[in-house]
Design a protein around this ligand. Structure first.
Ligand code: NAD
Ligand code: USQ
Length: 399
C-alpha cells in the first residue's frame, strides 16, 4: 500500500514508518519538526540521542534498500498538504501529527490555544485534503483513551447502546476528557465522524492508551535508527519516567494516591495496530473506533513493578507520593473494552515480560544523559499561568 505517515519524525510515527516500510509498503512521512523545537523550548532532551530525519532515512535506505520519502512542512499549511496528497496519492493516511502532551496544553492560555489550533485545524485540513484529492483513502487517526475520562461504567469501543424513554439507539460513548490536549482529541473525533457522514470518508479513530518503551524490531537494527524516549515532566509518560527515575535512584513520582488507572501498550504493539488498521480499512462513510491498548494498570501498580524490577538489578528504588498537579480522580472504577484489534490479529507484548529489557535496561544504558531537574512536576492544572522555571532560575531572573 501507499501510506502517508503524518508526524513521521515522532515517538510513534518514526517506528511506525519503519515497520510499514519493512512490511513492503510504500511510505512517505510528513513532519515540521515542531516536536524537536518543543524540547528546546522546555530545555529537555530525549533520553536516547536521536538523529536528524534525513540521517535516519539515509541509514534505513542503506541498511534495507528501502526508500522512505519525506515532506517537510506544517499540515496547518493547506497548500503544502494538498501538494503532498496530490504528489504521493496515498491509499491510507496515518495521522500522528499533533501536540500530544496534556501538561504542555495546561501550561497557560497560549499553550492551550496552540494545542487546540494545531490539532483541530490540522485534522480539518487532512479531512479536506482527503475529500478533495484522495476521496477513497482511509484515514487512520490517532485518538486517545483519555477522551472517555474515567466514568463509573465499563468503557465501550467508541459507541454505546442506550435505552431512553422506551427508545433505543447506538450512540458515541460519552466523553469526559481531562486536559485541553485530551479535549482537542474529542473535537477531532467529532469532526472526523461528521466528515465520514457528509462526504463518505473512511476513517478509523484509534483511541490509544499510554505508550511505553522505545525499541521495535526495526529501530533496533542500527543505533542511528533509535527512537525518542521522553522522561521530562511535560512529555514523559508515567512508565517511561518511572524507569528513568529508578535508573538514577530518584524517587518515583506518583501523583496523588496512584489509583489513576489507564490502558497501556508497548510501542511494538502500536506499530502492529497501525498495520492492522491499514490492512483492514473502514468502509466508505464508516467512522470506526478501536480502543488501542493491551493491559490496564494503576499508576501505583506500575510503580510497584518498576520498584521490584529495579531491586532485582541492585537499584535502590523509592516510591514517593506527590500532591497531584492534575485535576483527576485518584481512585476510580476502570474497565475498558479492547477486543477489536485483537480480533484483527494483535498479539500483545506483556509488560511483565518486557519491563526490564525494553525499558529499565535502556534507561540504565543512557542514565548519564538524565537531567534530574526535569523530573519534578511544575505544570499545575489549577493555575492558568504556570511558571515552569526552577526556583534557581526565578532567583537569577529577580537578581
Ligand atoms: P510526538 O510529539 O513524538 O510526535 C508527533 C509528531 O508530529 C512530531 O514529530 C511533530 O513534529 C509532528 N507534528 C506535530 N504537529 C505538526 C504539524 N502541525 N505539522 C507537521 N507535523 C507536526 O507524539 P507521539 O507520542 O508520537 O504521538 C503521536 C500521536 O499519537 C498523537 O496524536 C498522540 O496524541 C497520539 N497518542 C500518543 C500516545 C503516547 O503515549 N505517546 C498515546 C495515545 C495517543
Ligand atoms: N502520572 C504520575 N506520575 C508521573 C506522570 C504521570 O502519577 O510522573 C500519572 C498522571 O497523573 C496520570 C497518569 O499517570 O494519571 C498518566 O499520565 P501520563 O503522563 O503517563 O499520560 P497522559 O498525560 O494521560 O498522556 C499520555 C500521552 C498522550 C496520550 C495519553 C493516553 O502523552 O498523548 O493521549 O497518554 S491516555 O492516558 O489513555 O489518555
Amino acid at each position: 500500500m501507499r501510506i502517508l505517515v503524518l508526524g513521521g519524525d515522532g515517538y510513534c510515527g518514526w517506528p511506525t514508518a519503519l515497520h510499514l516500510s519493512n512490511r513492503g509498503n510504500e511510505i512517505a512521512v510528513v513532519d515540521n519538526f515542531v516536536r524537536r523545537s518543543w524540547d528546546h523550548e522546555l530545555g529537555a532532551q530525549t533520553l536516547t540521542p536521536i538523529r536528524p530525519l534525513t540521517d535516519r532515512l539515509r541509514i534505513w535506505h542503506r541498511l534495507m534498500g528501502k526508500e522512505i520519502e519525506s515532506f517537510v512542512g506544517d499540515i496547518l499549511d493547506y497548500e503544502f498538504l494538498a501538494g503532498v496528497m496530490k504528489e504521493f496519492a496515498p491509499e491510507a493516511v496515518v495521522h500522528f501529527a499533533e501536540q500530544r502532551s496534556a501538561p504542555y496544553s495546561m501550561i497557560d492560555r497560549q499553550h492551550a490555544v496552540f494545542t487546540q489550533m494545531n490539532n483541530v485545524v490540522g485534522t480539518l485540513n487532512v479531512l479536506f485534503a482527503i475529500k478533495e484529492f484522495q476521496p477513497d483513502c482511509h484515514l487512520v487517526k490517532l485518538g486517545t483513551m483519555g477522551e472517555y475520562g474515567t466514568p463509573n461504567i465499563d468503557i465501550e469501543e467508541g459507541y454505546i447502546r442506550i435505552q431512553h424513554n422506551g427508545r433505543e439507539d447506538v450512540l458515541p460513548f460519552p466523553k469526559q476528557p481531562g486536559s485541553f490536549y485530551h479535549l482537542s482529541k474529542v473535537h477531532d473525533s467529532h469532526n472526523v465522524h461528521f466528515c465520514c457522514k457528509i462526504w463518505g470518508i473512511r476513517a478509523t479513530d484509534l483511541n490509544q492508551g499510554v505508550v511505553y518503551g522505545t525499541v521495535t524490531d526495526e529501530t533496533a537494527l542500527d543505533e542511528a535508527l533509535v527512537n525518542r524516549f521522553d522522561y521530562d515532566e511535560v512529555f514523559g509518560t508515567a512508565l517511561n519516567r518511572f524507569c528513568v527515575q529508578a535508573a538514577i535512584e530518584h524517587p518515583l513520582t506518583i501523583y496523588g494516591e496512584g489509583g489513576q488507572t489507564r490502558g497501556f501498550l508497548d510501542i511494538r504493539d502500536t506499530v502492529r495496530c497501525i498495520e492492522l488498521a491499514c490492512q483492514n480499512p473502514a468502509a466508505r462513510g464508516e467512522f470506526r473506533v478501536f480502543n488501542q491498548f493491551t493491559e490496564q494498570f494503576s499508576v501505583l501498580e506500575l510503580a510497584q513493578m518498576v520498584h521490584t524490577a529495579g531491586q532485582r538489578l541492585g537499584l535502590r528504588v523509592v516510591v514517593d507520593h506527590l500532591p497531584d498537579p492534575r485535576v483527576e480522580a485518584e481512585q476510580h472504577y476502570y474497565n475498558a473494552k479492547h477486543t477489536k484489534l485483537a480480533q484483527l490479529g494483535l498479539k500483545p507484548h506483556l509488560l511483565s515480560e518486557s519491563l526490564v529489557d525494553s525499558l529499565v535496561n535502556i534507561a540504565m544504558q543512557h542514565r548519564d544523559r538524565v537531567d534530574p531537574a526535569l523530573l519534578m512536576p511544575r505544570v499545575n492544572w489549577r493555575n492558568s499561568r504556570n511558571d515552569r522555571r526552577s526556583k534557581r532560575e526565578v532567583a537569577i531572573a529577580a537578581d
